[in-house]
Design a binder for this molecule. Structure first.
Ligand SMILES: Nc1ncnc2c1ncn2[C@@H]1O[C@H](COP(=O)(O)OP(=O)(O)OP(=O)(O)O)[C@@H](O)[C@H]1O
Ligand SMILES: [Mg+2]
Length: 388
């Protein structure tokens, strides 16, 4: 395979200078992007940019230590109100999980915050820089992994990363070093010299994330970063996100996997129909729903009926159910139900191998807040339309 990386860089740079749309061979269709005032269409090349900030001092307004701030973001596409006044706030060195069903407005919010799209109303700042007025400065500090992969499929994994490094002016050796580091980090070293088009979906996703990190950005937007990854790779990706944050990065992550938000996010903003309907810590959100569940597995499955009777007595009145094979669960309103059930099992001579008290899952929280499960994609998830 022959790929002329130098030629590609030259072409991309020429296109950037000429303000033409750059459309990578694969991935985000840049022609579909609506660009804000003063926003270069070449930003997917520069969006992961980091490094020296030059030029005249820009207006910079930062609230406390909020790295990502948005107030009243509004965006309308024709008759569709994608965002209807969204506020977001992410303190330095933390992860904000943005949850919402299909069409809730998550990607639209990320595109505005990463300068790919101009808002119709409201304001947003990244590290104190306005995403519209100071778009260039914003792009210098962010990394963006979109919902759809944006790597060049004709290049190998390594060439893709080295190309980004070269565009970010890391120098030849620096670009090589960074590419090797990221390939290792994302478990792609063995596939490094294969064209990206031969990669599996999960490998492409990892390469896309690696590409957004070439410039070691301070602020990272991850729009559904683990969609399509198998569970093991998803957990690897969670480790990557955790180590980014440990190294001081601030992350805004959209996801439909509630366990992902639970595992990674310091705070969660739930969006529905373009509006924020809840914002809290994962624990706080679970407490909003209220109640806990007591789960018990008797050692002897023959004891299930008797165990269920006891659980029903100590619970909040509902019948105990078998939620997994051999495991009974009952809703309880009080932590004391745990100790009371232990005493009753002892008196009844029932040995148990599992006994635990759970807060509601985020799935339950989501259902309570929106009346739908996170993965549900029915007509009720359509955003509000502007009245004709
Ligand atoms: N460029 C566009 N033109 C027209 N409508 C758009 C455009 N981009 C987004 N929309 C609409 O705006 C609404 C919000 O879309 P958005 O992509 O932000 O949702 P999302 O929360 O990211 O959904 P998903 O979970 O499916 O990724 C949707 O109804 C979508 O169809
Ligand atoms: Mg989306």
């Amino acid at each position: 395979m022959r790929s002329d990386v130098g030629h590609r860089i030259g072409r991309w740079q020429a296109l950037c200078r000429g303000q033409h749309i750059v459309t990578p061979t694969v991935g985000v269709d840049l022609t579909a992007l609506t660009l804000g005032p003063g926003v270069s269409p070449c930003q997917p090349v520069s969006v992961a940019c980091q490094g020296g900030v030059s030029g005249p001092a820009q207006t910079r307004r930062m609230t406390a230590d909020l790295v990502i701030e948005a107030e009243g973001l509004v965006k309308t596409f024709g008759k569709t109100r994608a965002l209807q006044g969204v506020d977001l706030a992410v303190p330095r060195g933390t992860v904000l999980g943005v949850l919402g069903p299909n069409g809730a407005g998550k990607t639209t919010a990320v595109r505005i915050l990463s300068t790919l799209l101009a808002p119709d109303g409201g304001t947003a700042r990244i590290s104190g820089f306005d995403v519209v007025r100071d778009a260039e400065r914003v792009r210098q500090s962010i990394g963006l992994t979109g919902q759809y992969a944006s790597v060049d499929e004709d290049l190998t994994g390594r060439q893709n990363l080295e190309l980004f490094g070269t565009l970010l002016e890391l120098g030849r050796a620096g670009a090589r070093r960074r590419a090797a580091e990221l390939l290792d980090w994302f478990d792609l070293t063995d596939a490094a010299n294969r064209q990206a088009k031969t990669y599996s979906g999960g490998m492409r996703r990892r390469l896309d994330l690696a590409a957004s990190l070439v410039g070691s950005p301070d602020v990272i937007f991850l729009d559904e970063p683990t969609t399509g990854l198998d569970p093991a790779k998803r957990e690897d990706m969670w480790d990557v996100v955790r180590s980014l944050v440990n190294n001081g990065s601030t992350v805004l992550l959209t996801t439909q996997y509630l366990e992902e938000a639970d595992a990674l996010a310091d705070a969660i903003t739930v969006i529905d129909h373009g509006r924020v309907i809840a914002h809290d810590t994962p624990e706080g959100l679970k407490r909003v729903v209220g109640g806990q569940t007591l789960e018990v597995r008797p050692s002897d499955p023959a004891q299930l009926p008797r165990t269920a009777e006891i659980l029903t007595q100590v619970g909040s009145g509902a019948q105990a159910d078998e939620i997994r094979k051999g495991v009974l669960a009952v809703p309880v309103t009080d932590d004391a139900a745990l100790t009371e059930s232990v005493a009753r099992f002892a008196t009844a001579g029932i040995a148990v191998t599992e006994l635990s008290l759970h807060l509601p899952s985020l799935d339950e929280v989501f259902f309570t807040l929106t009346g739908r499960t996170a993965s549900e994609d029915d007509t009720t998830t359509r955003p509000t339309e502007v009245a004709a």
